[in-house]
Write a protein that binds this ligand. Structure first.
Ligand SMILES: Cc1ncc(COP(=O)(O)O)c(C=O)c1O
Length: 470
C-alpha cells in the first residue's frame, strides 16, 4: 500500500468513504495494486487516515460491489482482479537489471551454467536446521539496532577462517559484513574517496565490476591479462595516475590464471609508490580444483593497501547475498562509519547461520565435498571431450572451449539455450570487442551424469564448425 496517496478533502462535497474508494480503485486500474494484493485492515487504514472504521468499511464494501476487491473474512481484503485495460506500471520495468549478467533469476541452474554452486551438493537438511534455529534466535533478540559492521560472532569466525584457509591474518575489527562482493565493492568505492577517475580492471574481467565503476562515475581502464595475470607494466603505461586496481589474483575471472608472485609484488609496489589501493576479489576463496589454493594477495600486503573481498555466493549459496570485506587496520574506522551510514549489514539470521556453519566445521567440510564433486564432474566432461581439451582448458570452475576468432560466441550461447544448456560466451568479459577472444565457458559445477552426455553432444554439434583447437 506504500504507493497509495490519499489526499482527503475533509470540506469537500464528496464523502470521505467515496474519496477513499476512488483512490483505491484508481490504484488498481493503474496497476499499482496488483491482483492478490492485500489491502490494510479497516482499523489500520482508519488510524492512518484519521477517519472512522465505518468510513473504511463503506469504501471497501463499494469496492467489493464493483468486484475490484474480495473480502476473505479474518484473512483480510484482497484485490480481486486488474481490469484488462490497466496500463503497465512502468514501461520497461520487467527488464532485469544488468541483463548481460542476470539473465535468468527464476529457473534452476542448467547444464554448463557458470557461477552457481552444485544444486545437489547443497546440504539442504543441515543448513535448514541451522537457519531455523538461528531465525528463532534472531527473533528473540532485543529490538535494538545491531552493529552495522555485522555480527561480531560472524566476523570472528571469518577472521579465523581467513587465517587458516587464505593465509590472511586480521582481526574482527577489520571485517565488514556485506551484501556479497557487489555490496562490498560499493562500500569500498564510497570509502576510498579516490582522487583519480581511472581504475585498472582486468581484461577480460568480471563485467559487473566494469558496470559498477561506470555507474559510480569512474573510468575503468582495461589492462590485459596474460599467463601470469594482470600485466602491471601495461597498467602503468595506460593509466599511471590510477589510484585503484581491481583484481582476481587467486583464480582470474574468467581465465583462471593465478597471479604470479612477481606480478603480486609488482602490483603491491605500484600501490605503495602511488598511494594507490588494490581490491582483491577472492570470489572462489579456496575453491580451487587443481593444486593448492594460493594464499590471498592481502596476506603479502605490508603497507595496508589491499582491500580483500570474500563472498559466500560460490561456497554456500548466491541466494544468501552475504560476503565480507577485510580492510587494512588504518581504514577500519572509516569502513565501519561508511557501512553504518550507507550500507549496514543486514539479515541477522543469515549471519548467525553462517557463523554457526563456520564454527562447527561444516563450512570447511562442505568446501571439501564440493571440491570432490566438482573434480568428478570436470573429469566426466573431459572424458567425454576426448583429446581435444585438457586440464589446461580449465578456467576456475569452468572449462573454456576456444572458438575461432570469427565465431559469434554470444549467438552460440543463445542457441544452446534451446537444448536447455547454459554455457557463457567469453567475449562479453572483454571490455572492447576488438581484441576479444571467442569461446564458451562450460561451468562444471552443475553437470549431472544422466543428462551430461546428451547435452554435451548437442553442444559439440552446435559449435563444431567454430571450434579452434589449441
Ligand atoms: C569475479 C566474480 N567476483 C564476484 C562474484 C560474486 O559476487 P557476489 O558475492 O556479489 O555474488 C562473481 C560471481 O559470479 C564473480 O564472477
Amino acid at each position: 500500500m506504500n504507493t497509495l496517496r490519499f489526499s482527503l478533502d475533509r470540506q469537500g462535497e464528496q464523502s470521505l468513504s467515496e474519496q477513499i474508494r476512488s483512490s483505491i480503485a484508481e490504484a488498481i486500474r493503474q496497476g499499482h495494486l496488483y491482483e492478490g494484493a492485500r489491502l490494510p485492515s479497516w482499523r489500520d487504514l482508519a488510524a492512518q487516515l484519521g477517519v472512522s472504521r465505518g468510513t473504511i468499511k463503506t469504501a471497501y464494501d463499494r469496492l467489493s460491489d464493483d468486484q475490484l476487491v474480495i473480502s476473505k473474512g479474518a484473512a483480510g481484503t484482497f484485490v480481486s482482479f486488474v481490469l484488462p485495460a490497466a496500463p503497465k506500471v512502468v514501461a520497461g520495468a520487467s527488464r532485469l537489471p544488468l541483463p548481460d549478467i542476470y539473465q535468468d533469476v527464476d529457473s534452476a541452474p542448467k547444464l554448463f551454467q557458470v557461477g552457481v554452486p552444485a544444486q545437489e551438493g547443497f546440504p539442504f537438511k543441515h543448513w535448514s536446521r541451522i537457519v531455523l534455529r538461528c531465525s528463532r534466535q534472531a527473533v528473540a533478540e532485543p529490538l535494538r539496532y545491531p552493529d552495522p559492521r555485522g555480527e561480531l560472532v560472524l566476523r570472528k569466525e571469518i577472521a579465523a577462517y581467513l587465517a587458516v584457509a587464505r593465509g590472511l591474518l586480521c582481526s574482527a575489527d577489520q571485517i565488514i559484513i556485506t551484501n556479497g562482493y557487489a555490496g562490498a565493492l560499493g562500500l569500498a568505492l564510497h570509502m576510498l574517496r579516490l582522487d583519480s577517475e581511472q581504475v585498472w580492471i582486468e581484461d577480460p574481467g568480471y563485467p559487473l565490476t566494469r558496470h559498477a565503476l561506470s555507474l559510480a562515475g569512474y573510468t575503468p581502464v582495461p589492462v590485459q591479462v596474460d599467463d601470469q595475470g594482470i600485466c602491471v607494466e601495461q597498467g602503468i603505461a595506460l593509466a599511471a595516475d590510477a589510484r585503484l586496481a581491481i583484481v582476481t589474483p587467486s583464480q582470474q575471472a574468467p581465465l583462471g590464471v593465478q597471479l604470479s608472485l612477481a606480478r603480486r609484488q609488482a602490483l603491491l609496489a605500484w600501490a605503495k609508490a602511488n598511494a594507490g589501493w588494490i581490491i582483491e576479489d577472492d570470489y572462489l576463496s579456496e575453491l580451487q580444483l587443481s593444486g593448492q589454493a594460493t594464499p590471498a594477495l592481502a596476506s603479502l600486503d605490508r603497507e595496508g593497501r589491499v582491500i580483500h573481498i570474500g563472498t559466500f555466493s560460490k561456497t554456500i549459496s548466491p541466494r544468501l547475498r552475504l560476503g565480507f570485506m577485510v580492510v587494512p587496520m588504518r581504514l577500519s574506522e572509516r569502513a565501519g562509519d561508511t557501512a553504518a551510514a550507507l550500507s549496514p549489514a543486514s539479515a541477522l539470521s543469515s549471519q548467525l547461520a553462517v557463523a554457526e556453519f563456520l564454527r562447527d566445521g561444516h563450512y570447511l567440510r562442505h568446501i571439501r565435498r564440493m571440491k570432490r564433486l566438482y573434480i568428478q564432474r570436470r573429469d566426466a566432461l573431459l572424458a567425454l571431450m576426448g583429446t581435444s581439451v585438457s586440464l589446461n582448458n580449465m578456467a576456475g570452475l569452468s572449462l573454456l572451449l576456444t572458438l575461432a576468432d570469427d565465431a559469434d560466441d554470444v549467438h552460440l550461447a543463445e542457441a544452446a539455450k534451446a537444448f536447455g544448456l547454459a554455457p557463457a560466451p567469453l567475449s562479453p568479459w572483454y571490455a572492447t570487442q576488438i581484441n576479444a577472444r571467442k569461446g564458451l565457458l562450460l561451468g562444471v559445477t552443475n553437470l549431472s551424469s544422466p543428462e551430461l552426455e546428451e547435452g554435451y553432444q548437442q553442444l559439440a554439434a552446435l559449435v563444431a564448425p567454430h571450434r579452434q583447437y589449441q
